[in-house]
Design a protein around this ligand. Structure first.
Ligand SMILES: Nc1ncnc2c1ncn2[C@@H]1O[C@H](COP(=O)(O)OP(=O)(O)OP(=O)(O)O)[C@@H](O)[C@H]1O
Ligand SMILES: [Mg+2]
Length: 242
């Protein structure tokens, strides 16, 4: 579904992403992992059209997205749940969700989707008229995912959904992401927590210094020295010495 080919992204003279190629098939959960500054968020922001690539190509279902603005990318069914959630804290929960549907032309369907989201997330429904800034971190993350759902994406890009959340909220958010996949959504997730990634992902890409260091199926990489080496730059000592 998603193809990213030899992507390079620069901030001024700094190449934050040097060469990243990746694919996501329909219905997959693919995770990007890697240390701070590896270029994970930059990759997602560029796919979402919030940054323009310096080189490379991005396509969804054969539609070329390279260089399109974020609104145009969203119209083609790609939605970003940004790092740090970027909820509008002074707007109500309802207003945050409504904003996400503003550019949809199918107004009647958009209104139905908002009603469905309200039913689906009682946590949000209870606070529908309250400023979103009063929600807990976990609730805000759920709102951020619900907001992305309100655009009816076929591909959701999720940047560090567990950042700053208490463990039970991380469980909640990941349960929701798994539910979405069960409902047919395709997901590309950036996640720092390697153990969480190994639980949820079908495939992973390990990024370091703006390049793909390692990629493969989780089923094959789980527990491998290659994965630890790529992710940590060293192998964690095993208790049994095996
Ligand atoms: N707006 C910006 N202007 C200039 N440099 C930036 C900007 N955003 C990120 N960078 C730099 O680009 C590189 C990649 O950053 P990026 O945010 O993509 O990394 P990341 O893998 O998401 O890291 P983290 O795990 O900390 O979120 C880093 O060196 C970072 O300092
Ligand atoms: Mg990041």
């Amino acid at each position: 579904m998603l193809t990213v080919d030899d992507l390079e992204v620069r901030y001024g003279r700094l190449a934050a992403v040097r060469s990243v190629s990746l694919t996501v098939a329909r219905g997959e959960i693919v995770c990007i992992v890697g240390p701070n500054g590896a270029g994970k968020s930059t990759t997602l922001l560029t796919i979402a059209g919030e940054l323009a690539p310096y080189r490379g190509d991005i396509a969804v279902d054969g539609d070329r997205l390279t260089g399109l603005a974020s609104e145009a990318v969203a119209r083609r069914g790609v939605s970003l749940v940004p790092e740090g959630r970027r909820i509008f804290g002074t707007l109500t929960v309802e207003e945050n969700l409504r904003l996400a549907t503003f550019q949809r032309r199918d107004r009647a369907a958009a209104a139905r989707d908002l009603a469905d989201l309200r039913l689906r997330f009682p946590i949000l429904a209870e606070r529908y008229g309250s400023p979103a800034g009063r929600l807990s971190g976990g609730e805000q993350q759920i709102l951020a995912v619900a907001r992305a759902m309100a655009t009816r994406p076929r591909l959701m890009l999720v940047d560090e959904p567990s950042l700053g959340l208490a463990p039970q909220n991380v469980d909640l958010v990941y349960a929701l992401l798994r539910e979405l996949r069960a409902g047919g959504m395709t997901l590309l997730i950036v996640e720092q927590n390697l153990d969480r990634v190994l639980e949820v992902a079908d495939r992973i890409y390990v990024l370091r210094d703006g390049r793909v260091q390692l990629t493969g199926f989780v089923a094959e990489l789980r527990g491998s020295d290659a994965l630890e080496q790529a992710y940590f730059g060293f192998t964690r000592k095993r208790g049994n010495g095996a």
